[in-house]
Design a protein around this ligand. Structure first.
Ligand code: TLP
Length: 343
């Protein structure tokens, strides 16, 4: 199978497996796991924040951020197609008891003046705005990079109104690779940031939540409340550290592969690439074919290629470490074959 469903499917490298085997471990709830401590210190440094916390997943990192920043009854402002709103099973209302105020963005970027307008003033009718969430890269906008200027402007407005900003940076390192900037250049425009180690970076498990020291102390407690306090977690941190220190450089390769795939698919009759491919995500519209996305994905699976539905006629393909050019060529041939069948 050539798996283009997501970069979450990457398997740990040999170096990561070896590092897991050899990892120095201790009880992380006591703060005694040296590998976790090293990972958290390195992550804080890479992101330009005072402190960092290892969490089990991107979703857990985002939800801990919301729980730590907000109180029940608060409102959070976020883009209408953001992962926190679209793909986290309503967790922010289920756990933090906040309501969401979604704003339509352009390629995932919210208009700063819309954000300013959405921040609630003092009135007994209104919920308090507890948090503004950004997402970079933006998944449902097809891996779009949110420009740092946009983030900067929103952060400035947020600060002026005393509202914190959180970045869902599940793929922040893809944004950094695309613009050839350090990740800290993005993270400086927020109070807290979540980055995934287990997507394009290839680690088997885990994300990082970073922010100032007080925030991370409070977040650690929320992680414990959620049952996320792990014990000898160094076996996860050691591959995570390799992901963080050795795998960021190679994300550009995934982006080149995505460009190539998009260009080839765009030439297939009946398929239209709907996103500007900034990073490793390609969204193909199959509405001109006599099929829908579910059927297309099923047919493609029978040809040995996995992809994901992304709307009634949209199919998502994601490039990553475990797919090379040769496999992409095979995938293109299979996609062409299916398209020819349903034209
Ligand atoms: N995204 C997954 C699915 O959940 C849709 C994927 O295959 O793309 N933020 C963003 C922007 C994400 O794309 C994801 C995962 C997460 C958060 C959640 O990370 P995990 O899966 O580690 O909870």
């Amino acid at each position: 199978m050539i798996d283009l469903r997501s970069d979450t499917v990457t398997k740990p490298t040999e170096a990561m497996r070896k590092a897991a085997y050899e990892a120095d471990v201790g009880d992380d709830v006591y703060g005694e796991d040296p590998s976790i401590n090293q990972l958290e210190e390195t992550a804080a440094e890479v992101l330009g924040k005072e402190a960092a916390l290892f969490v089990t997943s991107g979703t857990q990192g985002n939800q801990i951020a919301i729980l730590t920043h907000c109180r029940p009854g608060n409102e959070i402002i976020l883009e209408a197609e953001s992962h926190i709103f679209y793909y986290e099973s309503g967790a922010s209302s289920a756990f933090a008891g906040v309501q969401t105020r979604t704003l339509n963005g352009t390629r995932g970027a919210m208009n700063p003046s819309d954000v300013e307008y959405a921040i609630r003033g003092e009135d007994q009718h209104f919920p308090e705005t507890g948090l503004i969430c950004l997402e970079n890269t933006h998944n449902r906008a097809g891996g779009a990079v949110i420009p740092t200027d946009n983030m900067k402007e929103i952060h400035k407005i947020a600060k002026a109104n005393n509202v914190p900003v959180h970045i869902d940076g599940a793929r922040l390192f893809n944004a950094a690779a695309a613009l050839n900037l350090p990740a800290s250049e993005f993270a400086k425009h927020c109070d807290t940031v979540q980055v995934c180690l287990s997507k394009g970076l290839g680690a088997p498990v885990g994300s990082i939540l970073a922010g100032n020291r007080d925030f991370i102390t409070a977040a650690r407690k929320w992680r414990k409340r959620l049952g996320g306090g792990l014990r000898q977690a160094g076996i996860l941190a050691a591959p995570g550290l390799i992901a963080l220190t050795q795998m960021r450089e190679r994300l550009a390769e995934d982006h080149e592969n995505a460009q190539y795939l998009a260009q080839q698919l765009g030439q297939i009759k009946g398929i239209e690439i709907v996103n500007q491919v900034d990073t490793n995500i390609i969204v193909a519209d199959v509405k001109k074919l006599k099929t829908n996305s579910s059927e297309f994905v099923e047919k493609l699976k029978a040809e040995g290629v996995l992809s994901g539905t992304f709307g009634p006629s949209y199919v998502r393909f994601v490039t990553h470490y475990d797919v090379n050019r040769n496999q992409l060529e095979q995938a293109i041939t299979a996609i062409q074959k299916i398209a020819d069948q349903v034209i």
